[in-house]
Design a protein around this ligand. Structure first.
Ligand code: SDX
Length: 431
């Protein structure tokens, strides 16, 4: 339980209710309203949770005003520059950067779990070939609980850790299988000789007819994309995983719930929607038309890849992603990529426009990622699956943190009921 550092007073009618205040390591203080209903017969009301801290956590901290993202205290730009995805996985899961021996052991444990049960191949054949890969991933990840019975007991710390390792190891394999199935190519098994990001690219793009050499530029860029998506505090999909986990559901079911939530275009689905939007704009001269639509209250169109609930200056991940997009396209000899030109001009125009400035709308993590993934050869339908496989470590780290807390209880919000008051049933002949 956090330590009270003060008291807030709430006057309700002639009653004054004392509510404890807790202070974090970083960020805003919180007012504990846990006893409010018992003391006032009132609920708080905060749809969308714009002012609500749903839990305490030590994993990731975001400062929306400074544009700061820390994983266990380490800034994302330093990690993106000097670390690699599996090291960030270790950091998120266990709280400290690994030493050499710990990193070798962790990498070996993940590598040994990258294959999926052979019978899981059959699940894919039940889907249409043109199914969205996110649909297959939700189904197949949820089905993992039908196979890995020795890592379902959430009360056993060792089984929780094995489930976490399995998820980190198998999600790229499942995502690659979803892609292969959608393009009618045979599944490619993981190769233990390859690093994590290279293995994913190999499983996606290798074919049995010839050797596939992973381009080191692309695997470094893929590893960085995975790092930039690894975790992000209590976003919608992480909150979904926590709520599912609070009922005692098994970890595979919880991650499947997170994948389902991430799919939405307001969340992880924005990377696919953003590239499709940039392609629809097509050329720089059409940008003003779309800026006008984004500002038009009567038009539901939004600039995909723009805006964020927390970041109100810039998304530090977008900054790194933009640099990576320039670097990858340059190194691949892709000059004057029209989509990148439209993206950069759209960003420039929007950031000079009062509407976007006043509403503090900046490019987010999804604005540039699609340009890199497109250059790597992925269809837009694979953008959110790649976000999902990268975010799996964040989801499972947050899930382990919650399940490991002996005080955790099932999440059960209340409501502001605006429906009919009590009324009696009327037989159909009298209606
Ligand atoms: C991710 O939470 C996370 O951390 C998420 C994420 C992660 O790593 O987990 O960072 C990943 O989901 C990034 C966001 C990806 N989504 C998009 O790019 C979709 C486009 N953006 C939005 O729909 C929106 O900005 C959200 C959903 C990201 C944030 O929505 P909020 O915080 O609820 O803000 P809002 O919808 O209340 O908008 C505030 C105002 C509104 O205008 P008013 O009603 O006040 O007049 O800004 C406007 C909105 O109309 N607005 C936009 C806009 N985003 C907000 N107008 C045009 N284009 C946009 N993109």
């Amino acid at each position: 339980m956090p330590k009270s550092t003060g008291t807030a007073q709430l006057k309700v009618g002639d009653k004054t209710i004392d509510l404890p205040i807790y202070s974090p390591t970083l960020g805003p203080d919180v007012v504990d309203i846990g006893k409010l209903y018992a003391q006032s017969d009132m609920f708080t009301y905060d749809p969308g949770f714009t002012s609500t801290a749903a839990c305490e956590s030590a994993i990731t901290y975001i400062d929306g005003d400074k544009g700061e993202l820390l994983h266990r205290g380490y800034p994302i730009d330093q990690l993106a520059q000097d670390s690699h995805f599996l090291e960030v996985c270790y950091l998120l899961l266990f709280g400290e950067l690994p030493n050499k021996a710990e990193m070798i052991d962790f990498e070996q444990r993940v590598t040994n779990h990258t294959m999926v049960h052979e019978q899981m191949h059959n699940f894919f054949r039940g889907f249409r070939r043109d199914s969205h890969p996110m649909a297959t991933m939700v189904g197949v990840v949820g089905a993992m609980s039908a196979f890995y019975h020795d890592s379902l007991d959430i009360n056993d710390p060792w089984q929780r850790e094995v489930a976490a390792i399995r998820m980190i190891a198998k999600l790229p394999t499942i995502a690659a299988m979803a892609y292969k199935y959608s393009v009618g190519q045979p599944f490619v098994y993981p190769k233990n000789s390859l690093d994590y990001a290279s293995n994913f690219l190999h499983m996606c793009f290798a074919v049995p007819c010839e050797e596939y050499q992973v381009n080191p530029i692309l695997s470094k860029a893929m590893d960085r994309i995975m790092m930039l998506h690894a975790d992000h505090e209590q976003n919608a999909s992480t909150s979904t995983v926590r709520l599912a986990g609070s009922s005692g559901a098994n970890p595979f079911a919880c991650i499947a719930a997170g994948i389902a939530c991430l799919w939405g275009p307001a969340h992880g689905g924005a990377n696919q929607a953003c590239l499709e939007m940039l392609r629809e704009i097509g050329t720089v001269d059409r940008i003003p038309e779309y800026i006008a639509r984004a500002k038009d209250k009567d038009d539901p169109f939004r600039l995909m890849g723009f805006g964020h609930r927390v970041y109100k200056n810039f998304d530090p991940r977008a900054t790194v992603m933009k640099e990576s997009a320039d670097e990858v396209l340059e190194l691949m000899g892709i000059h004057n990529n029209p989509t990148l030109q439209v993206a950069k001009e759209l960003e420039r125009i929007a950031l000079e426009d009062d509407y976007f400035i006043s509403k503090k709308l900046y490019p987010n993590v999804d604005f540039y990622s699609g340009i890199i993934l497109d250059a790597m050869g992925f269809p837009t339908s694979m953008f959110t699956p790649i976000f999902a496989l990268s975010r799996t470590v964040g989801w499972i780290s947050q899930w382990r943190e919650m399940i490991g807390d002996p005080t955790q209880k099932i999440g059960r919000p209340r409501q502001l009921y605006i429906g009919e008051a009590h009324r009696d049933y009327v037989p159909v002949e009298k209606r």
